[in-house]
Design a binder for this molecule. Structure first.
Ligand code: FAD
Length: 391
């Protein structure tokens, strides 16, 4: 009788209340039953499984930490755990969910007026309306803080947006896309809720990705796109407000990295116990055990870190540098873990049907989005040295 496979080696789940633990297990069971059987086919076809949206909505986990609007008002810790459980099965689904629940709803929750929240959040919470978040541009990625080139010009009728946004997750089908643009009058970044079908707003699907292939990323073109003033995020006045959203979602990405690493570790451990060479399970070889223990050490350190990160968040003490450090550490270690997972699986490690190949590819995108390793390191560097190396 072999011991159970458990990526939570220090039993951190014991910190959860019974109710929260039940939610964690509900999400896990749902992901195993409904999502695991689908993802490899969709990943290969570069398509999104729309049928999962109403099922995900039923779990009532969207906008989990927000108060009101049908949201559950749970802790940031629980939000992190949910992100981990989704990513443990598939990082694309976790990214789709993170864009909806974190980036899009978060922008409205943090920067919207009461009327805007009333209009959008209840339907987005139920996933009847889907959101996207447009910050990055073809020529502006890491330098978004000062460098946005999409312009917003005030007119008598509202605002006119011009320019392009690249990489925007969910944009090909979103009902609403948050567009961050520079006001030509005062040079400040403002946010706009652009509704699907608005004239002058068009989206082209980005093809040929080797990571997160289920996520539908779009290249958005805004050509004299007119948005009413009521659809300007009323409480977004500068990039500082955009950064408030990113602080929360970066913490979420750290948790997603943990999920991706955990999925890969658990698959690899299972495989090495079943696969025989030289007449014995490969898990009985010392060098294989060393790989597994290195993976578990990193995974355990990551989990301990994100638990503490969420505790800081729940105590209202989270700072940008806390989220950035966790994002860097977890995505970097995830890259190591998924690559070791692939290694201990030999040739089968690069076959999609064994799941780890997908985690290996997807880890590359998680590593780069929501601020690259360099940019998040520089945010931490600025906080500990007092010198900004990038602005
Ligand atoms: P660049 O900024 O061009 O960076 C290239 C390299 O230069 C990196 O290694 C970077 O770290 C380094 N570099 C840049 N500046 C410095 C510096 N000052 N010092 C040291 N090194 C530096 N964006 C959205 O707005 N919405 C989305 O939904 C979204 N989803 C995404 C999904 C995927 C799958 C991907 C890949 C990206 C997504 N993005 C999204 C964009 C993502 O946030 C950017 O890719 C990321 O911020 C990096 O920008 P870049 O790709 O333009 O790289």
């Amino acid at each position: 009788e072999l011991p159970p496979i458990n990526g939570d080696f220090y039993e951190l789940h014991l910190r959860l209340s019974e109710e929260d633990r039940a939610l964690q297990l509900k999400v896990r069971e749902f992901m195993e039953r409904e999502i695991r059987p689908l993802v490899n086919q969709y990943w290969l076809r570069d398509e999104f499984p729309f049928e999962i949206i109403p099922k995900l909505a039923e779990l009532n986990i969207c906008g989990l930490t927000y108060e009101g609007y049908g949201c559950a008002g749970k802790s940031s810790l629980m939000e992190g755990i949910v992100a981990m459980e989704i990513a443990r099965i598939d990082a694309s689904v976790a990214t789709f969910f993170g864009v909806q629940s974190g980036l899009a709803m978060g922008s409205i929750y943090l920067c919207g007026s009461d009327a805007q929240k009333e209009e959008w959040l209840p339907a987005m919470q139920q996933m009847k309306l889907i959101g996207a978040f447009g910050l990055t541009e073809p020529e502006v990625g890491s330098g978004a803080a000062g460098g946005l080139t999409v312009t917003a010009r005030r007119t008598d009728d509202g605002w006119v947006l011009n320019g392009q946004k690249k990489w925007i997750g969910n944009a090909t089908f979103a009902d609403v896309t948050v567009i961050w643009a520079k006001d030509v009058a005062d040079g400040e970044v403002k946010g706009f809720l652009v509704r699907k079908g608005t004239p002058g707003f068009s989206v082209e699907k980005i093809k040929g990705k080797m990571a997160l292939r289920i996520v539908q990323n779009g290249l958005i073109t805004l050509a004299d796109c007119v948005v009413e003033d009521r659809d300007r995020l009323q409480n977004a006045h500068s990039f500082k407000d955009t950064a408030k959203v990113l602080q929360l979602t970066r913490a979420g990405v750290a948790w997603m990295a943990v999920g991706c690493a955990r999925g890969a570790y658990e698959s690899a451990l299972d495989y090495t116990r079943k696969r025989k060479q030289f007449g014995k399970p490969i898990a009985s070889f010392q060098l294989i055990q060393n790989h597994l223990v290195e993976m578990l050490s990193n995974l355990t350190a990551m989990q301990t870190l994100v638990y503490r990160l969420s505790e800081l968040q729940d105590a209202g003490m989270l700072r940008d540098e806390h989220a950035s450090l966790a994002k860097v550490f977890c995505t970097l270690r995830t890259r190591d873990i998924v690559s070791q997972a692939r290694e201990v699986m030999g040739g089968n490690g690069i076959l999609l049907e064994y799941d780890v190949a997908r985690f290996l590819a997807d880890a590359e995108a998680i590593y780069s989005y929501e601020g690259t390793k360099e940019i998040n390191s520089l945010i931490v560097g600025r906080s500990i040295t007092g010198f900004s190396a990038f602005v």
